[in-house]
Design a protein around this ligand. Structure first.
Ligand code: FES
Ligand SMILES: [Fe+2]
Length: 395
């Protein structure tokens, strides 16, 4: 993004700060709880939001060198991303062509993948290169791994989980592409990788990155209570940026515009449709995905990866590692417990609906985009849930 656009954003934030008002959207939206707990909706989402669309699945920093690989899942579908000798990223369904056994887990490095069952071996271009007792099969049955569409640019890796899927990097990001250029994502390297099942619907963790209304309250022991409430909520197609002024943004008033620093004293948390959140950056960049990998809408795999600038001095690296601890605490000890509580209360039938207020503009936009993508009627679902609970429509 060019400087002029950053300056324009900073001016919008400054205006809000000077007015002392948070940005308010047009409506406070009542949303049905089915979006978090309904099994039919969950299956539809896995197909429509995940398996039929490209996904921002990883960063270049997750497999920076030839021979590196990263195995993960998209809505339960096992994906293997490799980097071949030429340094190109490749993506495959992570399953042996003999009897379908998974070939790799997590991250690693090697010349290829040997299946643990009967020893078929594939190189990191996905070619089947070795088969014990090859003569036991017809030659045309000895197939390479099933390749998936992949694109790598600006330090980010997009994969389409369908081998025949359409993937275009520019089309996927739209206007968000130029905005994300400012994040210098290729300048970061992986510091820490967390992955574990979480007792939440996958959307709760995205929601946490879409609004900062909760921050001064839930995160008072980490972020503190002194943050400015004047955040901007910017849509970029179906992707969303939550732009937060740093407390020193008021300094800009005393500096000629031409001398404003590149950062313009704001940070941005970026929610990439449907479930990736990239944020932070100073000193630590985080990448979060919540994968709906099971049959249970109330469980996901919570993936949280943290990166620091490359070529850091020992002092800078110490600051990065402190940043890793900070974000882990914020996410696992503060965000996840309340998101889990919200999930369980919905499952218990303790609330018929939830509210996304006027300060949670991005949340409403994102959820409406989910609903549009799966053809969901929110208002009818809210009415139906209230009827089931024996509540009047106004309750
Ligand atoms: S299942 Fe992979 S070698 Fe048999
Ligand atoms: Fe949070």
């Amino acid at each position: 993004m060019d400087k002029a656009k950053r300056v324009a954003i900073a001016k919008d934030v400054l205006r809000l700060v000077e007015q002392g008002q948070p940005e308010l959207g047009e409506e406070s939206w009542e949303a049905d709880i089915g979006r978090f707990i309904d099994k039919d909706r969950f299956e539809l989402e896995k197909r429509k939001l995940f398996l039929e669309r490209p996904q921002l699945i990883a960063l270049t920093a997750d497999l920076p060198n030839p021979g590196d690989y990263y195995a993960t899942d998209i809505a339960g579908r096992p994906i293997l991303i490799t980097r071949n000798k030429e340094g190109e990223a490749k993506a495959f369904l992570n399953a042996c062509r003999h009897r379908g056994v998974k070939l790799a887990e997590g991250c690693g490095h090697g010349a290829g993948f040997t299946c643990p069952y009967h020893g078929w071996t594939y190189n990191n271009d996905g070619a089947l290169i070795s088969v014990p007792s090859r003569q036991a099969f017809e030659p045309e049955q000895l197939r390479d791994l099933i390749a998936l569409p992949i694109a790598e640019e600006m330090g980010m890796i997009l994969v389409h989980p369908n081998p025949e899927g359409h993937l275009d990097f520019d089309e996927f990001f739209g206007p968000m592409k130029a905005y994300l250029e400012d994040f210098d994502i290729p300048d970061y390297e992986l510091l820490s990788a967390y992955r574990a099942p979480a007792r939440i619907n996958w959307k709760h963790a995205v929601d946490g990155g879409l609004e900062a209304y909760h921050v001064p309250f839930l995160h008072q022991n980490t972020f503190g209570t002194g943050g400015l409430a004047q955040l901007l909520h910017r849509p970029f197609g179906d992707h969303h940026a939550l732009i937060a002024p740093r407390p020193d943004i008021l300094k800009l008033k005393d500096i000629p515009e031409a001398e404003w620093p590149h950062s313009c004293y704001f940070t941005s948390t970026n929610s990439i449709f449907p479930n990736t959140v990239i944020g932070g950056g100073d000193p630590v960049l985080f990448f979060q995905r919540t994968e709906p990998n099971t049959e249970d809408p109330g469980v996901c795999d919570y993936i949280f990866r943290l990166y620091g600038r490359k070529n850091a001095t020992p002092e800078e690296r110490a600051r990065h590692l402190a940043g890793v601890d900070f974000f882990m605490k914020v996410s696992l000890e503060e965000d996840l417990p309340v998101q889990t509580s919200s999930q369980i209360m919905m499952e218990e039938g303790a609330v018929p609906s939830v509210l996304f207020g006027k300060r949670e503009i991005n949340l409403t936009r994102m959820h409406k985009a989910y609903d549009a993508a799966i053809g969901h009627d929110n208002e009818a679902s809210v009415r139906e849930q209230k009827r089931k609970m024996g509540l009047s429509p106004s309750n």
